[in-house]
Design a protein around this ligand. Structure first.
Ligand SMILES: [Zn+2]
Length: 80
C-alpha cells in the first residue's frame, strides 16, 4: 500500500458522485492524514472523500468480477 501524503489545497483525482466519474478535486480538509472534504473541480460540489478502492469487501450479491478477454497483458520486461 502506498503511503500518500495529503494536504489541504492539494489536487487529487477522486471519484465524484455527481460527475459519476473520476475528476480532479481539491482537498479542503485533511483528517488523520486522509482527505476529508473535497471540492470537485468539474462540478464544484463539495463532498467527502471516498477511497477509490474499498477494502475489506464483504460478501456482496455480486459474483466474481467478470473477466474481460482473458488476462491483462503482462508488463513489458525491459530487455535492454
Ligand atoms: Zn463533480
Amino acid at each position: 500500500m502506498l503511503n500518500k501524503t495529503y494536504y489541504a489545497g492539494q489536487d487529487i483525482d477522486a471519484p465524484c458522485g455527481r460527475c459519476k466519474q473520476e475528476t480532479r478535486h481539491r482537498v479542503m480538509t485533511v483528517t488523520n492524514g486522509l482527505p476529508e472534504k473535497l471540492i470537485c473541480a468539474a462540478c464544484n460540489s463539495i463532498h467527502k472523500f471516498r477511497s477509490e478502492k474499498p477494502k475489506g469487501r464483504r460478501r456482496s450479491a455480486r459474483p466474481a468480477a467478470p473477466r474481460r478477454r482473458g488476462q491483462p497483458p503482462a508488463p513489458r520486461a525491459s530487455t535492454s
